[in-house]
Design a protein around this ligand. Structure first.
Ligand code: NAD
Ligand code: TYD
Length: 364
């Protein structure tokens, strides 16, 4: 039985990945989920698997050497899938040190502990061990509006935000371990994900939640920044393919060829919400484009991201399966069916975060 150590499994992509893996491989795999449960981690995301004998949750910080060593000593880990990170650009602008701590030093600790445990003593690693480092396209910086410009695996790194700089730092560490120790790893650099369980600090769930609560929809700057959106399940399938089919040491860009301006995203959410809400629902009439409010731009706001997913398509046969409008509809339906989830994650400190982040922004 293959044992996976998933870090950050209580977050958005990590919890989708754990569900995906159990759906795909059932009881033939074991998953150990290491998560510190920051504001972004929610064990409720995994309540349907928490009693499975093939699943174990360990609450630990990836920076904690002793705790991570212990997990490696207790479990015969075949594959690490490393998601745990601070992931929100706006927060990184306010608290850059935390991003260096978790994303750079936490990754260094994960690499060290895996190397220590997996090393056969003669500098080699046993067949089948693999460390998949889950990263972002934001490490490549910002593209011009020229529609023929894309991020390739060979594009030089040029991060602009403390978030992307800290992820770039973590990628460089993984590269250095591959080059120096022949440490068995892969890196994936994915575009913006959306789907179930995404915390409502990110564009899509924030807009869904605000619209349903009759709050304004804060669009940064001119609303024409472009992101390349991918339904989270397509990302999970890409990681699964990398684990099972990729040559070690390869890096893969993962993206949907689905570039959209932020303002288009917000308008699509308004339309689909109105289509999905019953006519009798009083919220329906209040949801419209008049809720859109242009607010002060994010500092250092990257203009455009766009992935060329040619390599993963060619080598592993991956391509996205979920069309954008279908993915948005599935996402909106998920939030409708899980309004209690949304209410729980937005109670407590969420409104303090919201007021601090948006209260200080001027309308433009
Ligand atoms: P998320 O913020 O939803 O979840 C992060 C998880 O990591 C949470 O469960 C949190 O509790 C945990 N965590 C944070 N600090 C930790 C620490 N010190 N020790 C242990 N656990 C810790 O993030 P996400 O959107 O699911 O992203 C997961 C990974 O994918 C990140 O590495 C991110 O950079 C990368 N990524 C995200 C996107 C995206 O669009 N969300 C796109 C490409 C890549
Ligand atoms: P986000 O979901 O934070 O992802 P990232 O910054 O990692 O790409 O933001 C996506 C885009 O939406 C980005 O260009 C910033 C913009 N945005 C808004 O216009 N308003 C918002 O309230 C948020 C959270 C984001």
């Amino acid at each position: 039985m293959k044992t996976y150590l998933v870090t950050g499994g209580c977050g958005f992509i990590g919890s989708n990945f754990i569900h995906y893996m159990f759906r795909t491989y059932g009881e033939t795999i074991r998953i150990v989920n290491v998560d510190a449960l920051t504001y972004a981690g929610n064990p409720e995301n995994l309540k349907d698997v928490e009693n499975s004998p093939n699943y174990r949750f360990v609450r630990a910080d990836i920076c904690d050497k002793e705790a991570i060593r212990r997990v490696f000593a207790e479990e015969d880990v075949d594959v690490v899938v490393h998601f745990a990170a601070e992931s929100h650009v706006d927060r990184s602008i306010v608290q850059p040190e935390l991003f260096v701590q978790t994303n750079v030093l936490g990754t260094a600790n994960m690499l060290n502990c895996a190397r220590e445990q997996w090393n056969d003593g003669d500098g080699t690693f046993r067949e089948g061990r693999r460390f998949v480092h889950v990263s972002t396209d934001e490490v490549y910086g910002s593209l011009p509006e020229d529609p023929d410009a894309y991020f390739y695996e060979t594009t030089p790194y040029a991060p602009h935000s403390p978030y992307s700089a800290s992820k770039a730092g973590s990628d460089m560490l993984v590269r250095s371990y591959m080059d120096t120790y022949r440490f068995p790893a892969n890196i994936t650099n994915c575009s913006n994900n959306y789907g179930p369980y995404q915390f409502p600090e990110k564009l899509i769930p924030l807009m869904i939640n605000n619209a349903l609560n009759g709050r304004s929809l804060p669009v940064y700057g001119d609303g024409r920044n472009v992101r390349d959106w991918l339904y989270v399940e397509d990302h999970c399938r890409a990681i699964d393919l990398v684990i099972h089919k990729a040559e070690l040491f390869e890096t893969y860009n993962v993206g949907g060829h689905n570039e959209k301006q932020n303002i288009e995203i917000v308008k699509t959410i308004i339309e689909v919400l109105r289509e999905e809400l019953p006519e009798t629902d009083p919220r329906r009439e209040k949801i419209g484009e008049d809720l859109i409010t242009y607010v002060e731009d994010r500092k250092g706001h990257d203009r455009r991201y766009a992935i060329a997913p040619d390599k993963i398509h060619r080598d592993l046969g991956w391509e996205p399966k979920t069309m954008f409008r279908e993915g948005i509809r599935k996402t909106i339906r998920w939030y409708f069916e899980n309004m209690d989830w949304m209410e729980r994650v937005t109670s407590g400190d969420y409104m303090k975060y919201y007021d601090a982040m948006y209260g200080g922004r001027k309308e433009i």
